[in-house]
Every structure is written in structure tokens, then in C-alpha cells.
Design a protein around this ligand. Structure first.
Ligand SMILES: [Zn+2]
Length: 275
């Protein structure tokens, strides 16, 4: 009985591991659960989140979130196609929602499921500022950072995930749902969030900058956006989106340095003027 269980668990774990090269980072990454299994779970969690939260529709701000999101999605696709990764986003079902909530935050689940909180809009200020944030969040999803985080830290909970994936028809159980939300930064409380690592943040900044530039947004504005974030974070602790490394100053310096190459990359797609 015991041996049988061990064999079962071992084969489940082996089944869930797969190694693939990420087109954005060029790195071989260990994905504990592949997109084909993660995405249906993400879609279910996203729908549940929208049901439980206050989604804005029809306002100019909600429309702006959708229109910037569409441009960011299109830019990601163009970049991938140009670099030989046709089909990489086939399983994506892009969606862009503005949620009425004072949190200074935004996130993107795997599969292109994006939420922007109204609390971040006073800091993003305009379409370009919003494109910085959405480019960054989409980059986390494209680079599969959530899966890698799961590989690194949540091994002991693989059983819970595997069970949920195996019984998708029955929906995602509460515990797995909570784990999933933590992994993808969907948590509603700052304390419950698991931050991305410093290297993942830096990677998302860099990828996001290229995507926003291809979408026609001025990458010089990225450093400006993070300056405003920094100014906003004074006093009562940093907003969630800032709670991780790299430090504000490192991030701002990086983005300033990378802006020129992001513009050059956009130029390859015929994008030479930026708003
Ligand atoms: Zn991030």
C-alpha cells in the first residue's frame, strides 16, 4: 500500500515536470505544471475573482485599460512571431479588466488574464504610464514566472495542484485556489502575497519595456512611472507592486539604461514614434 502510494506520487511529480526554453529570456526553465494544465485553472480562478470583485465597465478608465491591454497583447504577439515563436500564445485568452479597489496594484495570470486596480491609476496618470505597468505584468506571465516560483518554493504542495488539475471538471478546491492566487499575486491582502524574486522583477521590467515600445508607447516613461511610485510609497510602507527587489533606484537606473535598446527593438517593427 505504502509502496504503491510512493510510486504514484513519484510518477505524478515526474509527469508534472517539464523543461522548456522561454522565448523572452532564452533560459531553459523548469515548469512544474505546463501551460496546457495551468491555463484552464487560471481561467477558472480569474472568472471567480471577477465575480467576487467590483469590475468597472463602460467608464473611460475601463476602456483605457482594455485598449492599452489589447495593444500590449498585440505587441507581444508580433515580437514572438518575429522571433520564431508562432503559436506560443495560442492558448492565451487575453482579457483586461479594471477593478474598483484602492490597492496600488495590477497583475496578469498565465493565459493573459489581466486585472488593474483603480488604486494604481492616480500614479500611472495616463495611457503610457498604464502601459508600463501592464507591460511589466504581462511580461511576468509570458516568462512563466509563476510556474517557476511554484517549482522553487511550492514543491510540497504539488499534490494539491495535481489533484486540482486532475479534477478540473469539478472546479478548483479552495486550498488550491488560495495557493494559485498566492503564486500569481492575486491575493487581496498585501501580507498574503508572495513576491516575485529580484531576478524575475528585473526580467519583467526589461521584457515589459520592449513590449510597450513595440506597442508604440515611449519607454522613457517607464523610469518616470517608477519615480512616481517611489514618491507615492513614502510613509506607510511600499505599495505591493513595489514590495519586492530590486530597489526603486536600481529599477529606475536599469529602465533609463534600457530605454534606447527598447526603442531600437521597436524600430525593427517599424515603430519609430512613441506616445
Ligand atoms: Zn513584478
Amino acid at each position: 500500500m505504502k509502496t504503491k502510494n510512493i510510486v504514484l506520487i513519484t510518477s505524478t511529480v515526474l509527469l508534472l515536470f517539464s523543461c522548456s526554453q522561454n522565448p523572452f529570456t532564452g533560459k531553459k526553465t523548469l515548469a512544474l505544471v505546463p501551460n496546457s494544465q495551468i491555463l484552464p485553472m487560471a481561467f477558472a480562478q480569474y472568472d471567480e475573482f471577477l465575480t467576487d470583485n467590483n469590475v468597472e465597465t463602460g467608464t473611460s478608465e475601463a476602456n483605457m485599460v482594455r485598449s492599452v491591454g489589447q495593444k500590449i497583447a498585440k505587441a507581444s504577439e508580433r515580437w514572438l512571431n518575429a522571433n520564431g515563436y508562432q503559436g506560443y500564445l495560442d492558448d492565451y485568452r487575453w482579457e483586461y479588466n479594471l477593478v474598483r479597489d484602492d490597492q496600488v496594484n495590477a497583475w496578469c495570470m498565465p493565459g493573459g488574464k489581466i486585472v488593474v486596480y483603480t488604486g494604481i491609476l492616480p500614479i500611472t496618470q495616463d495611457e503610457t504610464g498604464l502601459a508600463v505597468v501592464m507591460g511589466h505584468e504581462v511580461a511576468h506571465a509570458l516568462a512563466n514566472h509563476g510556474q517557476q516560483r511554484m517549482s522553487a518554493g511550492q514543491l510540497q504542495q504539488v499534490g494539491a495542484v495535481a489533484t486540482a488539475v486532475g479534477s478540473q471538471a469539478a472546479g478548483v478546491d479552495e486550498q488550491t485556489g488560495a495557493l494559485f492566487n498566492t503564486l500569481y499575486g492575486v491575493g487581496s491582502q498585501v501580507g498574503a502575497m508572495l513576491p516575485f524574486s529580484r531576478s524575475h522583477e528585473t526580467e519583467a521590467d526589461k521584457i515589459g519595456l520592449t513590449i510597450m515600445a513595440i506597442a508604440g508607447y515611449n519607454p522613457d516613461e517607464a523610469a518616470e512611472l517608477w519615480q512616481r511610485m517611489k514618491a507615492n510609497s513614502g510613509g506607510q510602507g511600499p505599495p505591493e507592486i513595489l514590495s519586492t527587489h530590486p530597489s526603486n533606484d536600481t529599477r529606475i537606473n536599469n529602465l533609463t539604461q534600457w530605454a534606447a535598446s527598447a526603442k531600437a527593438e521597436a524600430g525593427k517593427f517599424g515603430v519609430t514614434s512613441f506616445k
